[in-house]
Design a protein around this ligand. Structure first.
Ligand code: ATP
Ligand code: MG
Length: 541
């Protein structure tokens, strides 16, 4: 069953055998930066659409612009697509089609559908007209086919400087669609290309190249974002006028993904890398796939998110908390829990036998018994979260305060008997007694307590570094996206030994705090470093 308008189009085409029973899509990144979460949307859509209809999806590098490409990015693009869980049918380079594109341009000239134009860039802009006024025809428009063939050949041979001449499609200077007013299809650029070297000094424009790339590969449905809607008539025109493909591909536009608190332009992201706002393309705050991977997001969560937001025909902005919600939902039953104490305060159990300790069984995931249990040590000297003790509690505070009894998760009930302070007034130690009859798992059902808190045994607690993140971007009063000043908070917390032993990239719930991942670059057994993936509570409704 079709679950979006693109699938509806495909199912109709399958019914009418427009492309036989073939469905072929492509993901066409320009190798000029790392992929971001917006690209993930496009990747999921293209690859899962092909998979759904038993078709194929290519990975095609759109490298027709010699100035901007950088092969450095190619490895990262492939790693990211695979991390999301997809595998391409073919990996292709648009620049491999330069010969065919050149032939296609010659074909248009021969048919009287393209001409070499001598106007300068500025003149071409002036001649183009506006939305209200038609454009003016170039004085070169009526050159003969022979003259155009000769001039285009000379362009290719390097006889002219950059910008001296261009090849333009001959369509309609009065078209209400400005893209159809004799658009440029080839330009001169004496710039070597990473793939073709010095072979070419003329390069095709995107609107001419893209339909040809699709047609050569036998793409059936060329999915792109909404900005290209006005370019579709030109896409169709190129394929029809070149005329080499009996069942030309069709372009279908959908709304690009926008997220609150997030910029997704590769140019902007690159600037933040270059000016040191972030540590690199894979900084855990970055919306790049490399960044969200290092942040600890899972590919399943990203795919579920892309599925949940659907495929729209109108632009909108999705709340980033929906993405975080998908991450939380995916991790909920998958990862093990560990005890980690933030802002630690010492808890002394005054009636616990001096020098002794014991092992307590702890659920690894209360919602998923398949993840089993582990043992943690317990003794008369523990660390608890600073927020779990209050000298003078407000109403509805059920954790530790003088006279109150709470459950220590997986261990015993304890009752607070007092506390001491440091010189600066902060809490130094909290004192309590424990009730030996209340051991967790012993079947004790004598009385209920309202509060449950967690602990780490002081003797074998391991200090770990935790990095918590804010959004890189925020909105100012006028609704403009601006940089957030403070986006990383680094704290030291105390963890049970099993947490510190994590492998880089391993994820946990830190009980009552949130989801965390051992940083893939910085974490070691000696110096544990964790990134906060998402806090436990969602702000998303
Ligand atoms: P940027 O503006 O960030 O540089 P781009 O569109 O120039 O992005 P490409 O490498 O050309 O980047 O994009 C590859 C594919 O990903 C294109 O088909 C493009 O439409 C799609 N894409 C890019 N950004 C988004 C987005 N935010 N949502 C959905 N698809 C996107
Ligand atoms: Mg692009």
């Amino acid at each position: 069953m079709a679950d979006n308008f693109i699938h509806e189009i495909i199912e109709k085409d399958l019914e009418t055998h427009k492309y036989g029973d073939k469905v072929c899509t492509r993901f066409p990144p320009e190798p000029n930066g790392y992929l971001h979460i917006g690209h993930a949307k496009s990747i999921c859509l293209n690859f899962s659409t092909a998979a759904k209809y038993g078709g194929k999806c290519n990975l095609r590098y759109d490298d027709t612009n010699p100035v901007k490409e950088d092969v450095e990015y190619v490895d990262s693009i492939e790693e990211d697509v695979r991390w999301l869980g997809f595998e391409w049918d073919k990996r292709l380079w648009a620049s491999d089609y330069f010969d065919t594109m050149y032939e296609a341009a010659v074909e248009l000239i021969k048919k009287g559908k393209a001409f070499v134009c001598d106007l300068t860039g500025e003149e071409i802009r002036e001649y183009r007209g506006t939305l209200k006024e038609p454009g003016k025809e170039s004085p070169c428009r009526n050159r003969t086919v022979e003259e155009n063939l000769r001039l285009f050949e000379e362009m290719k041979a390097g006889k002219y400087k950059d910008g001296e001449k261009v090849l333009r499609a001959k369509i309609d200077m009065a078209s209400p669609n400005i893209n159809m007013r004799d658009p440029i299809i080839y330009r001169i650029a004496h710039t070597p290309h990473h793939n073709t070297g010095d072979k070419w000094c003329i390069y095709p424009m995107y609107d001419f190249a893209h339909p040809i790339e699709d047609a050569i590969e036998g793409i059936t449905h060329s999915i792109c974002t909404l900005e290209f809607e006005d370019h579709r008539p030109l896409y169709d025109w190129v394929l029809k006028e070149v005329g080499w493909w009996p069942a030309p591909p069709q372009q279908i536009e959908f709304a690009r993904l926008n997220l609150t608190n997030t910029v997704m332009s590769k140019r902007y992201l690159k600037a933040m890398v270059d000016d040191g706002t972030v540590e690199g393309w894979d900084d855990p705050r970055m919306p790049t796939i490399a960044g969200i991977r290092r942040r600890g997001y899972t590919p399943e969560a990203v795919r579920n998110f892309c599925e949940a937001i659907g495929v729209a025909k109108a632009n909108s902005t999705v709340d980033i908390s929906l993405l975080e919600h998908c991450v939380r939902e995916d991790l909920k039953e998958k990862v093990e829990s560990r005890n980690v104490v933030f802002d630690p305060v010492k808890l002394i159990i005054t009636n616990y036998p001096e020098g002794e300790s014991e092992l307590c069984d702890m659920d690894n995931n209360a919602q998923n018994p398949n993840l089993g249990t582990r043992q943690v040590t317990f003794s008369g000297e523990l660390w608890i979260d600073g927020a779990d003790f209050m000298e003078e509690p407000p109403k509805k505070y059920f954790r530790l305060f003088p006279g109150n009894e709470v459950r220590l998760k997986g261990a015993y009930f304890v009752t607070c008997t007092g506390f001491s302070k440091n010189e600066d007034g902060s809490i130094k130690e909290v004192y309590c007694t424990y009730d030996p009859d209340t051991r967790s798992g012993s079947g004790f059902e004598g009385r209920k307590v309202k509060g449950t808190i967690h602990f780490v045994n002081a003797k074998d607690a391991v200090p770990i570094t935790i990095r918590q993140y804010g959004y890189l971007m925020t909105e100012d009063e006028e609704g403009n996206m601006v940089k957030n000043p403070d986006t990383v908070r680094t704290i030291t917390a105390y963890a049970e030994t099993a947490a510190a032993k994590a492998a880089p990239g391993e994820r946990f719930q830190f009980f009552r705090h949130g989801y965390f991942v051992a940083d893939s670059k910085l974490h070691t057994g000696e110096k544990p470093v964790f990134n906060e993936i998402v806090p436990l509570k969602s702000s998303w409704k």
